[in-house]
Design a protein around this ligand. Sequence first.
Ligand SMILES: [Zn+2]
Length: 139
Amino acid sequence: MTESPPLLPAPDELTSFFWEAARRRELMIQRCSACGTYQHPPEPVCHSCLSFDLGGAEVSGRGTVYSYTMATQAFHPSFADKLPFCIAVVELDDQPGLKLLTNIVDLQADGVNVGDPVEVCFRALSDAIDLPVFRLVRA
Ligand SMILES: [Zn+2]
């Protein structure tokens, strides 16, 4: 069986700050310079005040599991050796309702629950792309 190349993000003008920060192992989220609201994914205009003055700002990297599912089937061959894996929506602590679609990694047999505290970590997908993912914060 030939190995398929992984599906990789394609950073653009709006998202390059996010991917450049991830390479430095920092989580940056788009923030409005006019009203201070974070929003994700990045957009050309602030959803809160309609300002176009937006930039990237580092966030805590801590949050809670808002929702999740376990993937048990690979819909692309590059995911086949990663099954099962956890696809999750994490709500960041930095602002109510600020959510990120991501993966929860390094799960143990007891799995994951909605409301579990998590922290960001990073997985190298290629020489150029590091992916922000999350792991459970254990007491
Ligand atoms: Zn704003």
